[in-house]
Structure formats: structure tokens, C-alpha cells
Design a protein around this ligand. Structure first.
Ligand code: MN
Length: 293
């Protein structure tokens, strides 16, 4: 089977304080892969003591934030009172639903950061669900064809990730030390995106590295991946989302009204967006993109 692969170049984005990331979703070519609606690849980067990622208190609605940490140590704090350090090989999953506020800070003694930060859009019937936070220190992991596979989200054969989701989707980390060739079974009802986080990947005649996000439509039941030595891939997939979501700053919504209300509630200090204990910096929302345009 020949699969038409779309090559998308992640764009550079600045999180402030010199912390640069490569944003693979959304882009002009693809806004979502299944319910995955945002993908930032941060690092790998080394920094001076006290550096790294420091994101002040900011709100979310109608999405789940999904953090996959490869290197470093990051402290998550939220308005539900959760305080959780995430370490390599672990996932943090925060369900915003009706509304949540959080901060993220590299630990003072951390010197490195390498992470994928993703958002999952909530479907309309879960858009306003109560907020929640999960930390998953251990995920299903196995060896296949010289690669180590870690199931971050969804299921793969009989294996199931513990992350609580609301749409059919998958997240998979694949890494190898020596060059390897892997036949990866796929769900033909899913669209997919594969982003090399380290090293490089061949699919057929095409080569992809961390500057190229390989995307393809539903209809494929397996794909042959040829990994160069010391390669790590992030594979995401899902059933195409019924209707594209709206995104503005840290808000996802199924209507402009929902996003306008969230922006107003954040600006006016509505208790929907509670305080984060220990946080000293509260981010200011930029004007909504469709106001004044
Ligand atoms: Mn956030």
C-alpha cells in the first residue's frame, strides 16, 4: 500500500524568557490530527540554573493538556491544588473542561529540558466537564524489532494507556539506539502524524527529522518506519474530529461565545478560574483574534 505523506514544517514559537519551541500543530496545512489540536516540541535544550521553562498562571477550557517528558524535571501546579513534578518517561494529563488554571516551571536544579506538549480538544458533550488532573508515572512499554515503544495514550493491540480520554486517539513514543526497521500496525479509521523528536526517519524514499512532521489521512493499516540510530519518534493519531475547534490563546471552544465568555471570566477574576497556590505571575490574555479585525 502506498500512503501519501504530507510533509509539514513545524514553525518556531517563543514561550518567553528565551524558551523556544517548534510548533507542529496547528499549522496552515493541518489544524488537528484526530482530537489532537496542539503540538509543541520543546528542546532538547541545556540551560543555566534557574532557566528552562517558566510559564505563569494561565487558564484553559475545553481541552486536555498532555505533557510527555523526555528529559528534565518540571513542576506542575493548578487551581485544583495539585502540585506534581513530572520526570522523564512520565505523562501529565490535565482536563480543563469548564475551567482550570496552572503553572509550569523547570525545577531550580534542572539543567535540561526535552518534552512534547500537546492539547486534546474535548468533544462538545465533554466541553464543559469538571476539571481534573492525572499523573501517570508508568506507561505500557515493550520492545519490538530493536525499538522501545511506550504507549502514551489510547490502545495498541491489547495494551491500554491509563490516560483518561474522550475521543478515539493514540499517542506512541518509539525510540531506538541502533538503526531499526519497524512495521507499525495502524487503525485505518485514524489520521496520523509522526514527528521525529531526535534523529531521523525514512518512510519509503522520504526522510524526516525534527524539522518535518509527517502526516497522512485515514485508510492505512500499517506503515514501515526505518529509524536511523539514536532516533525517537512521537506518533499521534485519531479519528478525524467531527468539526474543527476554535482556538484563541489558551482557550479551545466550539463557539466564539464560549471563548469570549472564558476570556471575560479570566480578565474579571471569575471564580471559574481559581488561584494557583505559590504562583506569583498571572499571564494577561491577548485581545481575541477576531475582535477589531
Ligand atoms: Mn497550559
Amino acid at each position: 500500500m502506498s500512503t501519501r505523506i504530507e510533509r509539514i514544517e513545524p514553525r518556531e514559537a517563543d514561550l518567553g524568557e528565551g524558551m523556544r519551541v517548534r510548533r507542529a500543530l496547528p499549522t496552515r496545512q493541518r489544524r488537528m490530527i484526530g482530537a489532537w489540536c496542539f503540538l509543541d516540541h520543546a528542546g532538547p535544550v541545556e540551560f543555566a540554573p534557574g532557566g528552562g521553562m517558566h510559564v505563569g498562571a494561565h487558564p484553559h477550557i475545553t481541552l486536555q493538556t498532555f505533557t510527555w517528558l523526555i528529559d528534565g524535571e518540571v513542576l506542575h501546579r493548578d487551581s485544583l491544588g495539585n502540585e506534581q513534578v513530572i520526570r522523564p518517561g512520565q505523562v501529565n494529563l490535565m482536563t480543563a473542561g469548564h475551567g482550570i488554571v496552572h503553572t509550569e516551571d523547570s525545577l531550580p536544579e534542572a539543567r535540561r529540558l526535552h518534552a512534547a506538549q500537546l492539547w486534546i480538544a474535548l468533544p462538545p458533550d465533554q466541553a464543559d466537564c469538571p476539571p481534573a488532573f492525572e499523573h501517570h508515572p508508568v506507561l505500557p512499554q515493550w520492545e519490538q524489532d530493536g525499538c522501545t515503544l511506550t504507549l502514551l495514550a489510547g490502545h495498541h493491540g491489547q495494551r491500554q494507556s491509563p490516560a483518561r480520554l474522550h475521543s478515539p486517539l493514540i499517542g506512541l513514543d518509539i525510540c531506538c539506539r541502533s538503526a531499526a526497521e519497524l512495521d507499525l500496525p495502524l487503525d485505518p479509521s485514524f489520521e496520523y502524524g509522526i514527528l521525529p523528536l531526535e534523529g531521523s526517519l525514512h518512510i519509503g524514499e522520504e526522510t524526516f527529522d525534527s524539522t518535518a512532521f509527517a502526516c497522512f489521512d485515514p485508510g492505512t493499516d500499517s506503515i514501515r518506519l526505518q529509524l536511523a540510530a539514536d532516533t525517537r519518534l512521537l506518533v499521534i493519531g485519531g479519528v478525524p474530529f467531527a468539526q474543527p475547534v476554535l482556538m484563541a490563546w489558551n482557550f479551545v471552544g466550539h463557539s466564539r461565545e464560549a471563548i469570549v465568555a472564558a476570556q471575560n471570566d479570566w480578565e474579571t477574576g471569575n471564580p471559574r478560574f481559581g488561584p494557583v497556590e505559590g504562583s506569583t505571575r498571572r499571564l494577561v490574555a491577548p485581545p481575541l483574534p477576531w475582535i477589531g479585525s
